[in-house]
Design a binder for this molecule. Sequence first.
Ligand code: AMP
Length: 422
Amino acid sequence: MKILVIGSGGREHALAWKLRQSPHVERIFCAPGNAGTAEIGEKVAISASDLEALVRFAKENGVDLTVVGPDDPLAGGIVDLFAAEKLRAFGPTKSAACIESSKIFAKELMRAQKISTAEARTFSDSREAIRYCERVKFPVVIKADGLALGKGVIVAADAATARSTIDEMMNQGRFGGAGRRIVIEEFLHGTECSLHALVDGNNYVLLESARDHKRALDGDQGANTGGMGAFSPANNWNSKLQSQFETEIMRPLLRGFLQERIQFRGLLYPGLMITSEGPRVLEFNCRFGDPETQALLPRMKSDLLPLLEATIDGTIDKCAIEWDTRAAVTVVLASAGYPGKYETGKTISGLDDAARLQDVQIFHAGTKHDGDKIKTAGGRVLAVTALGSTIEAARARAYAAVSRIHFENCNYRRDIAMSAIN
Ligand code: AMP
């Protein structure tokens, strides 16, 4: 089969790397990919946002299956465009992708199905939102309704922060159209956990649990990022939580989609807060997590391709996934300054040396070839994953690999997966 992977991050490198291992895969194209995907597939110079060009490419090159990595093309309706041309694409349609692209849609669906989530109010008028904040208990969480590269969520500790955040989002266009409407919700206490489910409309299979680290700096300090590291399995997950999650979140959610006459087919990844009363939903994502995917796929023993196909065909209930029982730890290497301004074009060295360590996989994100050199080309540059018999062993190995990699202004967290050890 010919596969097209859309996107250019560590998640897409991990997806291409895993699909490459399938005996059914003959060729892999990555659009636009990075220096890592270029080693396992053919680079296609089309941006993930140029949906028409991607459809044309898939048609002209006889692509059998397209796997969409990022949320933006899904929210833009790429799967609908492919379907209209009778092309197979993995991911939800535009209306199903609303579960991620509109926090208000997600909240309303959860409310209708009595799915446990933070109490929330939605606003389309900034004065009303500011007035509301005069009588709430702080902290509150203020969220832009639409997609904002994972940065549209602000925890406001006091009324002054809430006022300025509302003003920036709703009046000053900090997140463009995504912030015209906002959600203000109760701050939940607990620990976070990411679950991934392959959902075929009526049924689903869960992937292993994972946890990610969203804040830029050690000790969960600094700005929210796309993710600075991850590990799997999650140390705060167990079978009791899982059965509560399945009966109180997953099943009602699928029922909600069907009531809205929406067929969700693709990867659904709920972000959860594990509270003293059980799991509560922070948000729903409709694509593989980044960097969770880089921790999960090295643990997956089953061939990913038939699982993606069964998700599209509505036969996921016939599938089971086999997992490596070992733990995985993923450390993201970023350009200093990320998620704010950062420099690119720095030469990366030590990649081969790091890759020689056993049970280590290096996934590229913001990298590109420049002659025979590999240079930085983005905020998150690499994700280094290691497997180990315990989280502690995986962690030690991941950091051993990280210490062999160098580029100017390289920044990474030193405490990934620490909370799972202490
Ligand atoms: P989201 O994009 O909605 O997952 O939010 C990004 C991050 O903000 C989450 O991973 C949490 O760390 C934090 N967050 C979001 N909503 C809440 C909430 N209601 N209470 C506490 N933290 C939250």
